[in-house]
Design a binder for this molecule. Structure first.
Ligand SMILES: C[S@@+](CC[C@H](N)C(=O)[O-])C[C@H]1O[C@@H](n2cnc3c(N)ncnc32)[C@H](O)[C@@H]1O
Length: 258
């Protein structure tokens, strides 16, 4: 599925006005429970700096800010950010891209993303950025739609996505194309085990997940290592992966033996 950043941001602009109400209806009230689980898992402490990536209308950010932590919400949809700033004056909101975070390295105690990673064009690049801006020992919490492990439930859920969700979205006055995109992006999104591997691949340790609502949603956790040797080995591995393979110039090529 092609997720052009401009098109994704534009699509979220069109649903920004009704986003929260549609979300609450479509999730059957479960959205509030998922948010509560995220706040509990993060357990933000007063004085900690928390980055909420893909914050949307700021509902996820404000739930974290209530605990006394300093929360920064980031999103690339101006329409979603407009709603966020209007509703939640206590939180700082920044326009930016999850794949190029506008922050220095080792800045945050916590990085979190709820229902955002699936929409990012290159989720592995976003995970690398999350790792970069976290302080050593910092906590990562990702909440995302996932794959119910029980086949019967999975079939029922996919039927709901295909037939019930578009009807509900139409009744709440939402953009039908956006909810078609939601269905397709959920179906194509990797399962719990694969996302855990991606998180480990970005360098995180203590990676684990917990299913919420029978696996319709999964909450993933990880830590940026504290140990200097582990940090150095992750940096070396990433450097080796991004360094271009040297091409031999004609001048330093050895003559071929006949
Ligand atoms: C489904 S909303 C989730 C909003 C909020 N976190 C919540 O839980 O209600 C997904 C958000 O991800 C944002 N988003 C998608 N890709 C992004 C990217 N590359 N950088 C920043 N924000 C992005 C969209 O603009 C949208 O506001």
């Amino acid at each position: 599925m092609d997720k052009q950043p401009d098109e994704v941001a534009g699509m979220f602009d069109t649903v920004a006005n009704n986003y929260d109400i549609t979300n609450a209806v479509l999730s059957g009230g479960n959205a509030a429970l998922w948010r509560y689980a995220v706040v509990k898992a993060i357990d933000p402490q007063s004085g900690e700096r928390v980055l909420d990536i893909a914050c949307g209308t700021g509902t996820s950010s404000v739930a974290l800010a209530r605990t006394g932590a300093t929360v920064v919400g980031l999103d690339f949809s101006p329409g979603m950010l407009e709603q966020a700033r209007r509703k939640h004056s206590s939180v700082e909101f920044v326009e930016g891209d999850a794949m190029r975070l506008p922050f220095v390295s080792d800045e945050f105690d916590v990085v979190t993303i709820s229902f955002g990673l699936r929409n990012v064009a290159d989720p592995k690049a976003a995970l690398d950025e999350m790792y970069r801006v976290l302080k050593p020992g910092g906590r990562l919490v990702i909440c995302e739609f996932s794959r119910p492990p029980v086949a019967l439930l999975r079939a029922g859920y996919f039927t709901y996505l295909k037939f019930v969700m578009p009807t509900v979205a139409a009744v709440t006055g939402s953009n039908a194309a956006a909810y078609k995109y939601l269905e397709e992006s959920i179906k194509e999104w990797p399962d719990q085990g694969t996302l855990s591997q991606w998180i480990r691949g970005a360098g995180f340790t203590r990676v684990a997940y917990r299913n919420l609502t029978a696996g319709i949603v999964a909450m993933h956790r990880g830590r940026k290592p504290v140990d200097a040797a582990v940090l150095a080995s992750v940096a070396k591995r990433k450097d080796a992966m991004t360094r271009p393979i040297p091409v031999q110039s004609p001048t330093n090529q050895k003559p071929m033996k006949p």
